[in-house]
Ligand binder design. Structure first.
Ligand code: HEM
Length: 418
């Protein structure tokens, strides 16, 4: 037997302390509000509070409440992993069938977000780590037709107008239903998605599935703005889902949608192989912000207001006329929306593009009360002029109506289908 190492114990507990400290910090920030209002709660008892294993288990135990007037997964601070699945309704799925599906999904989501197995879970152990799991359900236009409720369909629900930059591939477009499943653990996401799809088999089939990721929990302090795969700090100027709630949530003008919202999904490929050829100062000019810290080219810190009038030594504006942040900005405060994007990084498609190194981009998800009023004008402006268009290509597009949340005993979509 090797001799006992008297320093080992001290080293382990110091590491446990550091890990525990970092994780505890994350919990506090996630729950502290700021731009993203945290709704995660830790259970009163359990491993979260005890010893090394407890410290490591901390974020796996966190739960985001499911019940409430609004669905979770919109104002929830973004978790590390996303799977978005769009489904096609099976022929013959009518209003009664939709109600049955919504009841089944509601029951499953309640259980899974509480760390309990679904009713017919064949791998119940996989449900034990909720890790801030949220499932957000949305409806495409076909739900309204199938339910005989076309008169209740919001005017903005349908494909976005065509944009010149679009190179849409049908395999990433549209959908009758959508499930946005997010958690801080990818196994949790995978299990929840499989469970919900299996339960839906008689009603609907998968149309497309998109996976996304952000930094893992604990890799950097919680609350930091994400970096996308172009290396940019992305999400600095975003809606505050609490302070800007009227821009995110429907006020009920559409009746049943009060407390609901809309979800736009754009799959945007990044041309990283040509982006590699661009020097750093050009990259910063494309955006109008610095790469190191996300500060505007006219400022010092990430959250400084860009000065769009500031002029440089050659008489040109420091933030150029076609820079992304200038073009994406608006003088109309109502033309704003909540961005909740994730990176994707697929295998390069070497069969059709020999020599390609990557197939990466953003699963660009936005939430807004009204797509036509808020999202479309901004996308239109970017379509007209935006330096970033040289290195980004929208390849998928879909719009969904996200019904309000539900109270205990109710089911998702009850305000529409019930
Ligand atoms: C792959 C595509 C895209 C990338 C890499 C990207 C990246 C960025 C970055 C780095 C910023 C600056 C930091 C920030 O304020 O978040 C930004 C800002 C912004 N982007 Fe994008 N973006 C993309 C596509 C889009 C699209 C399609 C839209 C809208 C249709 C959009 C709307 C905005 C808005 C509204 C802002 C904030 C502008 C402001 O008020 O300062 N972006 N984007």
């Amino acid at each position: 037997m090797p001799p006992a190492d008297p320093t080992r114990r001290a080293r382990v507990s110091r590491r446990a302390f550091l890990v525990g400290g970092a994780a505890a910090g994350a919990v506090a920030v996630a729950g502290a509000g700021g731009a993203w209002a945290g709704r995660a709660t830790a259970p009163a008892t359990g491993a979260a509070s005890s010893g090394t294993a407890g410290a490591l288990a901390l974020h796996g135990d966190l739960r985001v409440p499911f019940h409430g007037p609004r669905q979770a997964g919109v104002e929830t601070p973004p978790q590390a992993y996303l799977t978005l699945v769009a489904l096609n309704l099976a022929p013959g799925t009518d209003r009664d069938a939709l109600v049955r599906l919504m009841r089944i999904w509601t029951d499953d989501v309640v259980r899974l977000t509480e760390g309990r197995p679904g009713l017919t879970d064949t791998e119940p152990e996989l449900a034990e780590v909720p890790a801030r799991l949220t499932v957000t359900v949305g409806y495409g236009p076909a739900v309204f037709t199938a339910a005989g409720l076309d008169d209740r369909r919001p005017a903005w629900l349908g494909p976005l107008p065509a944009f010149a930059v679009d190179r849409l591939e049908d395999r990433w477009n549209d959908g009758d239903l959508v499930l946005q499943v997010c958690a801080d653990d990818e196994v949790t996401v995978s299990h929840a998605v499989r469970m919900l799809l299996r339960e839906a088999r008689d009603f609907a089939s998968v149309r497309w599935l998109q996976k996304g990721f952000r930094r893992s929990v604990g890799s950097e302090p919680a609350g930091r703005t994400m970096r996308n795969l172009m290396g940019q700090i992305d999400g600095t100027r975003n809606l505050d889902p609490v302070a800007d709630a009227p821009l995110v949530w429907s006020d009920g003008t559409d009746g049943w949608l009060a407390g609901g919202t809309s979800m736009v999904v754009r799959r945007i490929r990044m041309e990283l192989d040509t982006w590699d050829e661009v020097d750093r100062s050009t990259r910063e000019a494309v955006m109008g912000r610095r790469l190191a810290d996300g500060a505007p080219l006219t400022g010092e810190k990430e959250h400084d207001e860009p000065d769009l009038e500031a002029v440089g030594p050659h008489g040109l504006t420091v933030i150029g006329p076609a820079a992304h942040v200038r073009r994406a900005r608006t003088s109309d405060p109502a033309e704003r929306f909540l961005r909740r994007a994730y990176s994707y990084d697929d295998a390069p498609d070497v069969a059709t593009d020999p020599g390609a190194l990557s197939s990466s981009g953003l699963v660009f998800v936005t939430f807004q009360a009204d797509v036509d009023r808020q999202f479309v004008p901004v996308q239109r402006r970017l379509d007209e002029v935006d330096l970033l268009n040289e290195w980004t290509t929208p390849i998928g597009s879909a719009v969904f109506a996200v019904p309000p949340g539900c109270a205990e005993g109710e089911f998702l979509g009850q305000a529409l289908l019930g």
